[in-house]
Design a protein around this ligand. Structure first.
Ligand code: 6PG
Length: 640
């Protein structure tokens, strides 16, 4: 098995590769020595190489690797290997895959290294083009070039050949990223990055008797990973490479505020702090501005995907200072899930609290989608007499016919989970909790003057669910019970599916419209299609629909007027309406489905009764009105 040390120009791949070959007593190949003369000429004139310039060179290197393998030799190759396709050519025909080491570093560091180089054809002008071409490898050991070549080689050996590494090896005292807060999410994110070879300093507060040595124990449990544990903030901060990059994974609100107060005196100009919790976007906007006055960058990073997402790759929504984002883009992109084209589910969302705003809307859609699924479940179970396994069958059909989503997938799993021979779901109290993001979305819609009916209804449904005792009493007081819909021709499984599709389309339209309004009013320049793209994987609301929205949102205008949505909603309007009507007639509370349908009906009403509202306002308060028989910008008052 051979090694390949890769990275852009200035990353030190030749130095590290040569040293690694020396330490392992292997033959060293420097890809730079094998460039075609025409390519060297081009590069020395500052002209970037194209794919066509590189094919022959890559094939030549692959041939050398094959030759080595055929003669049972391990080699170390140092090569830029910028694209996945290039790495594929380099590894072609090899029985054992290359062990890839990716050296990465800050652009400024790379640039200054190139500036110091003499007699080399690679100019720093070409660095920019290399950075643009670079596709970060997933299957590789990632090492930050802040370490010395000796340290890097020790880390490589420890990773690939733990037995041969020096026994005195300790993880370098410089970490690429610091994570504060070793809750489930903080730990999972640390494991995600450290598992890919990025050194992470981890910190957890000490609460006597409750939280002691949390970071230390976590690092101990994961001894093979480059984790540096701390219980003291000054030491934690000192262990970070500069500019420091710190991710807060603590409870939104007071905890963030307190930590920022403690950490600020320890930071230097140019350092960066990220808040990865579900903070209120207004708080983030304020913090971005406050930290800027202290020359420290602040980013509000929406993170979605729960524990599993954090571990395997979440969807990331960073917002705040662009200059700050650029300092951490490599790590965030590396941490994130990938979309179907292999691009990271991470993008710079916008300035101020835009990242947290977008995450808040994500959660608003999440609330509405969860409630819509709960309503469909309720109709199946209590009004159509379906057994849980029957519902699983129906939901599985939905999953296989265009409505697939992560939330539907977990709902199917939940409906199958047994405990002591009975359905666990039946033992869960029907009172839903919430931490605020759905309500904040609703408040934002009110402030921005845009509609969010079904999302607001989902929040209110959680409030109502929490009133368990009152609900039980009311049912006795009023004597209203669920009625069966069995045998009613108007409602069958297919119609329920179509109704759910209608609700789903409208929920998403609300969410994206809210972001469109925020973008206009706050001048955030949000790219809605790109936001849908980073929501196609890693996050809780990933779905087939989200994939489709990426394309649809490339055109301007409200989603509900997009030809594809118009076609779909028109096709299902009748069963959608009939399902909601029949459900309500059978005493099913359908807050989200009915709110979505109600909005849709209102949206299609040419002559609304709002003229009467205007007349009433003018009657009692002389609030004036506009007339249909006069220019539309003129206001009138009548002595009623
Ligand atoms: C995610 C989730 C997550 C959120 C939970 C719980 O995207 O990973 O949205 O951020 O905390 O869904 O939210 P509630 O407690 O408000 O339901």
């Amino acid at each position: 098995m051979s090694y390949m040390v890769m990275g852009v120009s200035g990353s030190g791949k030749s130095t590290v590769g040569r040293l690694l070959a020396e330490r392992l007593q292997l033959h060293f190949i420097d890809a730079d020595d094998h460039h075609l003369a025409t390519s060297v000429e081009k590069m020395s004139q500052g002209i970037p190489l194209t794919d066509d310039d590189r094919w022959e060179w890559l094939q030549k290197l692959n041939h050398l690797l094959q030759q080595a393998e055929n003669t049972n030799q391990e080699v170390v190759l140092a090569c830029s290997a910028l694209k996945g396709q290039y790495r594929q050519i380099l590894g072609e025909g090899l029985a054992s895959p290359l062990k890839i080491i990716y050296l990465h570093g800050e652009e400024d560091v790379l640039r200054s290294r190139l500036g110091n180089r003499k007699g080399h054809f690679m100019t720093d002008v070409l660095l920019q083009s290399q950075l643009q071409t670079l596709e970060i490898p997933q299957e590789a050991l990632h090492l930050n070039i802040v370490h010395t070549p000796e340290e890097l080689v020790t880390q490589i050996m420890q990773h690939f050949k733990p037995d041969s590494a020096s026994p005195s090896f300790t993880v370098s005292s410089v970490a690429s990223l610091g994570i504060i807060g070793m809750g489930v999410m903080g730990k999972s994110l640390a494991l995600n990055l450290a598992g890919k070879g990025i050194s992470v300093a981890v910190f957890n507060r000490t609460v006597p008797g409750k939280e002691e040595q949390v970071a230390e124990r976590f690092a101990e449990e994961n001894q093979t990973l480059p984790l540096l544990p701390f219980s003291e903030l000054p030491q934690f901060v000192q262990a970070l490479e500069k500019p420091r990059r710190i991710l807060l994974m603590v409870k939104a609100g007071r905890a963030v505020e307190e930590l920022l107060d403690q950490i600020q005196p320890l930071l230097e100009e140019g350092d960066l702090v990220m808040d990865g919790g579900n903070s209120q976007y207004q708080d983030t906007t304020r913090r971005v501005a406050e930290m800027k006055t202290r020359q420290v960058h602040f980013l509000g990073v929406g993170i979605s995907g729960g524990e599993e997402g954090a571990l395997k790759g979440p969807s990331l929504m960073p917002g705040g200072e662009k200059a700050g984002y650029e300092k951490v883009a490599d790590i965030l992109n590396f941490l994130a899930a990938q979309d179907k084209n292999g691009k990271p589910c991470c993008t710079y969302v916008g300035p101020d609290g835009a990242g947290h705003f977008v995450k808040m809307v994500h959660n608003g859609i999440e609330y509405a989608e969860m409630q819509a699924l709960a309503e469909a479940y309720q109709l199946f179970r209590y009004h159509l007499n379906f057994s849980p396994s029957g519902i699983v069958e129906e939901f599985t059909k939905w999953q296989e016919s265009g409505l697939n989503s992560y939330l539907l997938e977990i709902t199917i799993a939940i409906l199958q989970k047994q405990e002591d021979g009975t359905l666990l779901l039946d033992k869960i109290l029907d009172a839903a909790d919430q931490k605020g993001t759905g309500g904040w979305s609703t408040a934002a819609a009110l402030e921005l003057g845009t509609s969010l009916d079904s999302i607001a209804a989902a929040v209110m449904a959680r409030h109502l669910s929490a009133l368990k005792e009152q609900r039980v009493q009311a049912a006795t007081l009023y004597g209203i019970e669920p009625e069966q819909l069995v045998g009613v021709p108007l409602l069958h499984a297919q119609q329920l599916k179509q109704a759910f599709e209608g609700v789903k389309l409208i929920n998403h339209a609300f969410g994206f419209e809210l972001m469109r309004q925020a973008s206009l009013q706050f001048q955030w320049n949000l790219n809605l299609s790109e936001i849908a793209r980073i929501w196609t994987n890693g996050c809780i609301i990933r779905s087939q629909l989200m994939e489709e929205l990426v394309e649809m949102l490339k055109t301007e205008g409200p989603l509900l007027q997009h030809p594809c949505i118009v076609e779909r909603l028109s096709a299902i309007f009748l069963p959608f309406k009939e399902t909601v009507a029949a459900g309500i007639k059978a005493n099913a509370a359908l807050p989200v489905s009915s709110a979505a349908l109600n909005y849709f009906l209102g949206y299609n009403t040419v002559q609304s009764p709002a003229n009467l509202i205007q007349a009433q306002r003018d009657y009692f308060g002389a609030h004036t009105f506009r007339r249909t028989d006069q220019p539309v910008d003129q206001y009138f008052h009548v002595d009623w």
